[in-house]
Write a protein that binds this ligand. Sequence first.
Ligand SMILES: Cc1cc2nc3c(=O)[nH]c(=O)nc-3n(C[C@H](O)[C@H](O)[C@H](O)COP(=O)(O)OP(=O)(O)OC[C@H]3O[C@@H](n4cnc5c(N)ncnc54)[C@H](O)[C@@H]3O)c2cc1C
Length: 481
Amino acid sequence: MNRRNFLGKSALTNLLAVGSVSSLFASGKPKEKNNYKNYRVAIEVDVLVCGGGCSGVVTAISAARHGAKVALIERLPSIGGMATNGLVNAWHTSDREKLVILGLVEESGQRLLKGNWVIKDLRNNHSHETYWFEPEGARIVWQQMLREAGVRTFCYLAVGEPIVEGNQVKGILADTKTGRKAFLGKIVIDCTGDGDIAANAGLPFSYGRESDELVQGMTMCFTLRGLDVPMMKTIPNDQLDQIMNKMEQLRKEGKMPPFNAGNTRALLRGAWGNFFPWNMCPVAGNPLDEEELTRLTEISREQILQYIDFWKKDVPGMETAKLDQTACSLGIRESRRVKGLNTLDKDMVLEAVKQPDAVGHGVWMLDIHDPKGSGYTTFTDQNTRTMLKAGTSYHIPLGIALNDRFHNLAVPCRAASTTHQALASFRVQSHLMVLSQGVGTCAAMALDANTTMDKVDIKELQKVLKADGVYLEDVPQKKFQ
Ligand SMILES: Cc1cc2nc3c(=O)[nH]c(=O)nc-3n(C[C@H](O)[C@H](O)[C@H](O)COP(=O)(O)OP(=O)(O)OC[C@H]3O[C@@H](n4cnc5c(N)ncnc54)[C@H](O)[C@@H]3O)c2cc1C
C-alpha cells in the first residue's frame, strides 16, 4: 500500500494547487495553541464531540449512556450532517445474507420505523441497503436520542481552533454570540467529517487518491414534487432510450450538466418519485476551500434546474415537476484522512480481514465516485474486484480512530485513517456509526479507568459493545499493538 502522502507534504502541494487555505495544512508538527485562559470557559465536560453528523451523534450518545458528561457542537442549525442536511438517506447493514451491523444503527433504524420515517425497509432482502429513511426523521429521532442520553447539544456554533497543550487537546475555541469562549473536554472527539480538529492540532493526514491527489466527486442531492409516478413507470423502453440519448447529446454540446446514465434512467423510470432524494447532480473540487464550496453549491443548484427544464418538456409524467428542495449542504464524500494507529486499506476490505481491535463489521464495496465530477462511480453489483463476497464482512478496527500523538483525541468520522480506496467503502454512515459507537464507549471506559483510550482493555470494550447489541464476531486473539 502506498502511504506516501501521510505526512501531509503532497496533500499540501495538491491543496495549494487548487488555491486552498494554506494555513490549514501546516500539519505534521505538534502545535501549542491558544492560551485558553485568556477566554471565558463556556463548558467543561468529560467528552467534547465536535461535529454532529452520524458519527458525532452516535459517539455522543454512546459515551453519555456509559456515564460520561458529554457536549456536542454542530455548526449548522440541525444535527445529522450528510444524513439530514445532505439528504443522504440509506443505511447498509447486510452482508447480503444476514444483518451484520446492529447496535446504535439498528436502534436508530427501529426508531425511524416506529416514527413512520422509513420509506423502504429491505432488511430481509439480499442487498446491502436495508433502511431507506426520510432525512427529517433522522433529524428528529437523533435529537430525541441525544436528549434522552443527557447530551448537551449546541447547534448554530462552529468549532474553531483546538486548544493544544503538550500531548493533549484540551478543547476548542468557538465564537459565540457573546464572544470567543473555550469549550473544554477531558477527551475530544473530532467528528467534523474533515478532521478539522486533528489537522489543526498538527496531526498528519492524507488527501485524495495516490495518482493525482483528487478526492471523490461531490453531489448535490434534491427532491422533486409534481411527478406522476405511475405514468413515469409506464414510459416505453425505446422512448426512455431516446430521452437518455437526447440528454447525452445535450451534455456533449455543453447544454446539460453531467449525469450518471444508469442512475438517471432509473430515476426517470419513477424508481423513487415525489419527495425522495435524487442523488444525481455531480461536481468536483476541493471540499476544504469554503469559497470553492460555495461556488460549487450555487452551480449545482442551477444545474438541477437545467435538468428539470428538459424533463418537463420531454419526460411523460414530469410535465408538472417542480424542485421541492436542494440539500442544505453539498454532499461531500472525502477530504482529509487523518493518520491513525492502524490504517484500513482496500485489501482489508475486499478480503474481509478480521482485526484484534475490531469494534464491529463493514460490508460496503469500494464505491469510488469519479473525482473529476462526471457522476460515474465504480459502483456495481457484479464486479468482484470492488465487492466483498456475499456473506462476508470486514472488521472495523478501533485503531483507525486513534493516533500516537494525542491520546485524548479520536477521529471516528469519515476522516478516520483509511486509504482513498478503503474510504470508498468505509465512508457509508452505518460503518462510521459502528466505529463511533466503539469510540464513544471506549472514551467513557477510559475515563472510568482513569486511563487513555488506547490503553482501554480491548476485550472488555468488545464485551461491553456486544452487551449493547453490537454485532461483533470472529475477533482474532492477537494482541492489539
Ligand atoms: C451524495 C452522497 C451520497 C452518499 N450515499 C451514501 C449512502 O447511500 N449511504 C451511506 O451510508 N452513506 C452515503 N454517503 C456517505 C455518508 O453520507 C458520509 O460519508 C457520512 O454521512 C459522513 O458522516 P460524518 O459524520 O463523518 O460527517 P458529516 O455527515 O459530514 O458530519 C460532519 C458534521 O460536522 C459539522 N461540522 C463540520 N465542521 C464543523 C465545525 N468547525 N464546527 C462544528 N461543526 C462542524 C458539519 O456541519 C456536519 O454536521 C454519501 C455521501 C454523499 C455525499
